[in-house]
Design a protein around this ligand. Structure first.
Ligand SMILES: [Zn+2]
Ligand SMILES: [Zn+2]
Length: 412
């Protein structure tokens, strides 16, 4: 039986099961909000943050969709506000350190010393984050992965981006680019499961997007402008309450009290974070869409879009990757298993948009990103990855693939 939307009378949909919703006016699509994994741990806060994020994200997208060639605002108010917030944060932290150290020295070995130590601990917890190189990360070099580095160089040339200083791989279904530390080291991190399932041109699109991060003028990633947003975001996640602990009465009461305190602190951190994100989201999302434009220029519009349509089904993708890993299939064979997920489906995109929107997300939802690439003038690929080179890259990664496969298979 077909059910129609109570508002606009068109047929409701529910791709892949779940409550039916209206693809025209999104009636009942919010039923899926309940299924999102908790981010902060309190429903009411999560729900509000999600709604706000949804509004902001859609507004930004609508603006750019109407004018896809719009350049980054650059400089401007956001940068100034973020700079001021970051400098204030640094000043407050410096103040706490000085005060804490002074109390410790002045009251050495008395009861007040504890207070000084406490202040120093607080300063440590809110220390500014510039990011740090992961010493244990598995790094690639040009000697062992020459074809991959040659490809990176071609994509860098096509996008006008500099080469990354460090290329790391891990077993996560994701990829990222970051500029970290005081020396501003450019780090590209490739998750092997994601890399493995992508077609040659989608791999170029992924690299185009990530390298694009080194040139898209993202204020969230600036050494100083990024300090405030990163710090409060990490703080909010750090302070969110864990699962209830303890089975004795004393432990349960202690748990309740800590929860109440954490709730206040976390709400405060979230409030500041939301404010800063709200400020930087406009520019940040714009920067992401620009990185997508670079991806489309490097890989061609078709591949950039199919890459994002694949990401719209991240949950299924994740499931298939785990299944194949457990079945003992080596990663290069996973690509064929996810083929049917590449098809563009406006309804899947729409649901994924609602699902992916978040105050804590680095990216706008994949569905919106795909829509914006389609709204721009189409690009032919500037970098074509030949099947033979693609196979050489897989061969260069073979040992790492095997390690990643085992890690995923064990991870469940
Ligand atoms: Zn409707
Ligand atoms: Zn990005």
């Amino acid at each position: 039986m077909e059910i129609n939307c109570p508002r606009c009378a068109i047929a409701l949909v529910s791709p892949g099961g779940g409550p039916p919703w209206c693809p025209a006016c999104e009636w009942n699509l919010d039923a899926y909000d309940e299924r999102r994994p908790p981010e902060l741990g309190w429903r009411w806060l999560d729900r509000r943050a999600h709604r706000l994020a949804y509004r902001l994200t859609m507004a930004r997208h609508a603006e750019l969709h109407a004018d896809p060639a719009r350049p980054m605002p650059g400089g401007g108010r956001t940068r100034v506000v973020l700079l001021v917030a970051s400098v204030l944060l640094l000043a407050v932290i410096a103040g706490i350190v000085v005060l804490g150290a002074w109390i410790v020295i002045a009251t050495w070995l008395s009861l007040a010393t504890v207070f000084g130590v406490l202040l120093l601990l607080i300063a440590y917890a809110v220390r500014p984050r510039l990011g740090r190189l992961d010493r244990d990360a598995d790094r690639l070099d040009e000697m062992t992965a020459p074809t991959l580095f040659a490809l990176l160089r071609r994509v860098a040339d096509a996008t006008g981006a500099p080469m990354p200083d460090v290329v790391e791989v891990d077993a996560v279904l994701n990829a990222s680019a970051a500029t970290i530390g005081l020396r501003r080291t450019r780090v590209l991190r490739l998750g092997l499961p994601l890399w493995a399932v992508l077609t040659p041109q989608e791999r170029v699109a992924l690299l185009g997007h990530e390298l694009g991060h080194f040139v898209n003028g993202d204020t969230r990633r600036g050494a100083l402008t990024g300090v405030a947003t990163r710090t409060f975001g990490e703080l909010a996640l750090l302070l969110r309450p864990g699962p209830p602990a303890g089975d004795t009465l004393v432990m349960m009461i202690a748990d309740l009290i800590t929860r109440a305190i954490l709730r206040v602190l976390c709400t405060g951190a979230v409030a500041v974070h939301v404010l800063l994100v709200w400020l930087s989201m406009r520019d940040g999302q714009h920067a992401e869409y620009l990185a997508d434009d670079l991806a489309a220029r490097a890989a061609g519009t078709t591949a950039a879009v199919s890459f994002l349509d694949l990401l719209c089904r991240a949950e299924t993708l994740d499931m298939i990757v785990r299944r194949d890993a457990r079945a003992g299939l080596e990663p290069p064979l996973w690509r064929a298993s996810v083929d049917e997920l590449r098809a563009a489906d406006p309804v899947v995109r729409q649901r994924a948009i609602r699902q992916e929107v978040s105050m804590f997300a680095g990216h706008p939802p994949s569905g919106l990103r795909a829509r914006l690439i389609e709204a721009r003038a189409p690009h032919a690929p500037a970098v074509v990855l030949a099947e033979s080179d693609d196979a050489s890259i897989d061969a260069e990664l073979a040992k790492r693939y095997a390690v990643a496969r085992r890690e995923i298979a064990i991870g469940g």
